[in-house]
Design a protein around this ligand. Sequence first.
Ligand code: PGA
Ligand code: ZN
Length: 424
Amino acid sequence: RIASITARQMLDCGGRPLVEVDVRTDSGHVGRGAAPTGHSVGAHEAFVLRDDDPSRYDGRSVHRAVRNVEEVLAPALVGRDVSDQAALDTVMIELDGTPRKTRLGGNAIYSVSIACLRAAAACAAEPVYRHLAAGPLTTVPVPAFNVVNGGRHGALVQAYNEFLVVPHGAEDIFEAVEIGVRVFEVLGGVLERRFRTRPGVGKSYGFVAPSSSPRVVLDVLRDAADACGVLDKVAFAVDCASSEMYDRPSRTYELDGRRTDAAGMVEYAAALTEEFALLFVEDLLDEDDWDGFALAARELTRTLVLGDDLVVTNSARLRRAIDERAVDGFLLKPNQVGTITQALEAFEEARRAGLVVVPSGRSGGVIDDVVMDLAVGLQVPFLKNGAPRSGERIEKLNFLMRAAHDIEGCRLADVSAIARFPDR
Ligand code: PGA
Ligand code: ZN
């Protein structure tokens, strides 16, 4: 049973305030939870409640959310069974009563949800990923490394937000991690030689994109992989985060210094999938461009079309995406929907429809992100991580290697059954 719930304002790994929650049980077990946030935050995500007081952390302090945990959520949950996650999450969803958790704050509710999950796992004396597992654990997922970050940097605009390296051909997680780290290191030198300037640090701790052309960036990535002698063991991937570059009135997207429509975006991406082994293309279109996504899913036969801002880990939006055949898979970011129960519902919905589920941390991350427990516990084929440069991102790689030691006979997950790029 839950004995107490306390909350406080702490900082996320980007130095922004977040809500941290401790749930204590009457058996003396403790679970702690906090909500990460993104830079490219989807309009349909659960609401992050901040104080909007310009004199405190530039308006980003979260004291109201902290109060909502202690004064509204805690009294409703204390005394309840901590292992009944669905019931606890339902109480919070009903107390809030809004579709995007705007009243109490998605950050308040999510932090409590995660703290309860951790307390329940602590009571059961098992790691959270075992607590979440539906069956036996045999694999850890392949980590995708977000090594080049796009967006706007001074005069240069790289429309695609992320360029990733996916070491799917590694023997085991240890080799996969080594390949990712090595390619990232070598990439720095390749960038410096080719563009004659030291590459800056991007928003997700990758290198700042050196060119407005996605093709040029992918070509540099391929050079780096080649220089490491691992070209046959890696694939690449992109997150276009196109909502950031969409102009609603004209229904056009920015792409390499020009503007184009959804068909132009799909055509360009299709050409990339002919040139490069692209495991996935994420958010190629705007978060409400359902027709554009359906076109992409139809035309892009050599890669997986993934929805992140389109789906926001929300079962209702996922069902629509399934009905309209808009995606091959989605990004599982549990804080986007705001409770662990709803995130697991979206996972189940996708699994039933045969879609790929890709857990991912957020760019404004937390150390010890529960998304890693989901990734291992749900036995997904691959996940998305940042560049191997900051503590919270390295910790996610260490998590996978630790889990591989813990899981008897652990193998690296096999993505060949779902990959669509041709062997080369
Ligand atoms: P973020 O991650 O939303 O955490 O900034 C980037 C993305 O996957 O769109
Ligand atoms: Zn994304």
